[in-house]
Design a binder for this molecule. Structure first.
Ligand code: GLN
Length: 480
C-alpha cells in the first residue's frame, strides 16, 4: 500500500480494497518502526479520527480524490492544537493556536495527517543536520543526508512513510531533498500558495509546495494548496487553473534552455551524465534544446545568503522568550533574559545567520551589502526574463552532487555551495521542480525544471510526459 500514488490509493479506497483506517494503521506502524527520524511529532490519535471521518465520507459516496490520503506535514506549518516546532528548541513546547491557511485547506478535503516532519531549524540548511531533533537519514542509504530543509518530508515519501508530504522552499528546500531522495518536488511561483501560518524564515523567498511520487500527484495536491489568501498580502490574486487537466499535452516543439553556467566544473560528472541522458529523452519526445546563459546566476549564493540572513534576523526577533519561544530559567534581569533565551534556544546556524543579517542591515553596511544584494537580485531576475523570451523551460541539475555523507560538511560555506543551482530560482520568484532521472550507484539524481512565472501547469505537464516514458519515479529503496 505504501508504494502507491494518490491516484492508486484513491482507486483502492473507492473499490474497498482497504479502508482508510487500515491504510492509516499501515502507515503508522511503518513510521513507528522506521529509523529514518523523519518525524518530529506523530499524530496517531488524530490520524485515526481523520481516517474514520474519511471512511464515513467514502461510504456515503461523498469522497474526492484526496479523501483519506495519508500525508506528512512539514513542521513549519502551524497546526491547531498540534506542536509546531520548526525544528527548533525555541519552539519545542509551542502548540499552535491556529491553522496555517495550507493546513486548513488540507483539512477541508479530509486528508489524514500522519505527523509533522523533521527539518533544519527554521528551514536553514541543506542537509537536515541543523535540526534540534537530530538528523534525518536518506532512505536510499542510511549513512547519507536526505537533503534539506524539508529532509523529513522527502525521506517520509521516499521511505514509504507517507503517500505525499508538504514542504517549503526558500532557497531549494523542496527541490534539493526531492532530488536527493528520488521523488517529485514542486516549488510554485512566489505568491501562488499562502504563507499565512508558515513560520517565517525569509519572507520574500518562502514558498510552500508539494513532495510526491509523481507529477500527476503533485498537480492534485497543488489544486488544493494554491490560491489567493487575504491573510497573506504577498499571495497573488491570480486565477488557479485545474492543474490536472493539462498533463497530456505533447512535448513536440517544446524548446528547452540549458544554461551554460549550470554545467561548469562544480557539477559532478556522473550527475551531469544522468542529466544529459534525461535531456536526450526529452529530445526523443519532440523537444529541441538550445544553450542559454544566466550570467548573473554565478552571484546567486552571496546574494541569497545576504538577503535571506537580513530577513531572518528581522523575522526571528520576535522569538525572545518574552513574546514567543523558549525562556531561559537562569536570568537575573531583563537583558539577561533576552540574551540567555536566545543563546540557549537557537542553534549555531540560526545564530550565525541572525548575526550576519543584523550586521548587513546596520547603519553604514546596509548600502554595501543589503542594497547591493537587492540590485544583483534584480539582475538575476532579468537574466531569466531574457531567456524565457527564447525558451519554454529551463533544465539543469538540482544539486551538484548526489546525497553526501552525514556529518561530512564541516564548514557552513561549503554547505551553502550545495545550493548553487536552486537559489537563483527563488531570487527571481520563479516556479521550479525536481524529478528523478537516474542514479549514481545507489543514490538518486534529480533534474530541475524551471518555468516562467505562473507556468506550474506547463512544468507539471512536462514532468508527467517524462514519467509516462520512464520509470525512475517508480523505483523505491530496498526496504520499501
Ligand atoms: N539551503 C538554503 C538555506 O539554508 C535553503 C533552505 C530553504 O529553502 N529553506 O537557506
Amino acid at each position: 500500500m505504501h508504494t502507491k500514488t494518490i491516484v492508486e490509493l484513491y482507486k483502492g479506497l473507492k473499490n474497498k480494497d482497504f479502508s482508510c483506517v487500515e491504510l492509516t494503521k499501515h502507515y503508522l506502524s511503518r513510521i513507528n518502526q522506521s529509523r529514518l527520524n523523519a518525524f518530529i511529532t506523530i499524530t496517531d490519535e488524530l490520524a485515526l479520527i481523520q481516517a474514520q471521518v474519511a471512511d464515513d465520507k467514502i461510504a456515503l459516496g461523498n469522497a474526492s480524490i484526496l479523501t483519506g490520503i495519508p500525508y506528512a506535514h512539514k513542521d513549519i506549518f502551524c497546526t491547531k492544537g498540534v506542536k509546531t516546532s520548526a525544528g527548533s528548541k525555541m519552539l519545542d513546547t509551542f502548540i499552535a493556536p491556529y491553522d496555517a491557511t495550507v493546513s486548513q485547506k488540507l483539512n477541508q478535503v479530509n486528508l489524514v495527517m500522519l505527523g509533522k516532519t523533521n527539518m533544519d531549524e527554521f528551514a536553514m540548511g541543506s542537509s537536515n543536520e541543523n535540526s534540534f531533533y537530530n538528523a534525518v537519514k536518506n532512505p536510499w542509504n542510511y549513512s547519507k543526508i536526505p537533503g534539506g530543509s524539508s529532509g523529513g518530508s522527502a525521506a517520509s515519501v521516499a521511505g514509504g512513510l507517507s503517500c505525499f508530504a508538504t514542504g517549503t522552499d526558500t532557497g531549494g528546500s523542496i527541490r534539493q531533498p526531492a532530488s536527493l531522495c528520488g521523488i517529485t518536488g514542486l516549488k510554485p511561483t512566489y505568491g501562488r500558495i499562502s504563507r499565512y501560518g508558515i513560520i517565517a524564515y525569509a519572507s520574500s523567498f518562502d514558498q510552500a509546495g508539494v513532495m510526491t511520487k509523481t507529477s500527476q500527484d503533485a498537480a492534485i495536491v497543488l489544486n488544493v494548496m494554491a490560491g489567493f489568501d487575504e491573510k497573506d498580502s504577498t499571495s497573488a490574486e491570480q486565477k488557479v487553473p485545474d492543474y490536472t487537466t493539462n498533463l497530456n499535452i505533447s512535448l513536440q516543439g517544446l524548446t528547452i534552455g540549458l544554461p551554460k553556467e549550470f554545467f561548469l566544473s562544480d557539477l559532478d560528472n556522473k550527475v551531469a551524465n544522468n542529466i544529459m541522458f534525461a535531456i536526450k529523452e526529452f529530445e526523443s519526445m519532440g523537444a529541441t534544446v538550445r544553450e542559454v546563459s544566466l550570467p548573473n546566476s554565478v552571484y546567486a549564493i552571496p546574494t541569497y545568503y545576504i538577503i535571506a540572513s537580513c530577513e531572518c534576523s528581522s523575522n526571528l526577533s520576535r522569538l525572545d522568550g518574552v513574546r514567543y519561544g523558549y525562556r531561559s530559567k537562569e536570568s537575573k534581569n531583563l537583558e539577561d533574559l533576552y540574551l540567555n533565551s536566545r543563546s540557549e534556544g537557537f542553534g549555531e546556524e540560526v545564530k550565525r545567520r541572525i548575526m550576519i543579517g543584523t550586521y548587513a542591515l546596520s547603519t553604514g553596511y546596509y548600502d554595501a551589502y543589503y542594497l547591493k544584494a537587492q540590485k544583483v537580485r534584480h539582475l538575476i531576475s532579468n537574466d531569466f526574463k531574457k531567456v524565457f523570451e527564447k525558451v519554454d523551460v529551463i533544465m539543469g541539475p538540482v544539486s551538484p552532487t548526489t546525497a553526501f555523507d552525514l556529518g561530512s560538511v564541516k564548514d557552513p560555506v561549503s554547505m551553502y555551495l550545495a545550493d548553487i543551482y536552486t537559489l537563483s530560482v527563488n531570487l527571481a520568484g520563479l516556479p521550479g521542480m525536481s524529478i528523478p532521472v537516474g542514479f549514481v550507484q545507489d543514490l538518486p539524481v534529480g533534474l530541475q525544471l524551471i518555468g516562467n512565472y505562473w507556468s506550474e501547469s506547463k512544468l507539471l505537464n512536462i514532468a508527467h510526459q517524462f514519467q509516462l516514458q520512464t520509470d525512475w519515479h517508480l523505483r523505491v529503496p530496498e526496504e520499501c
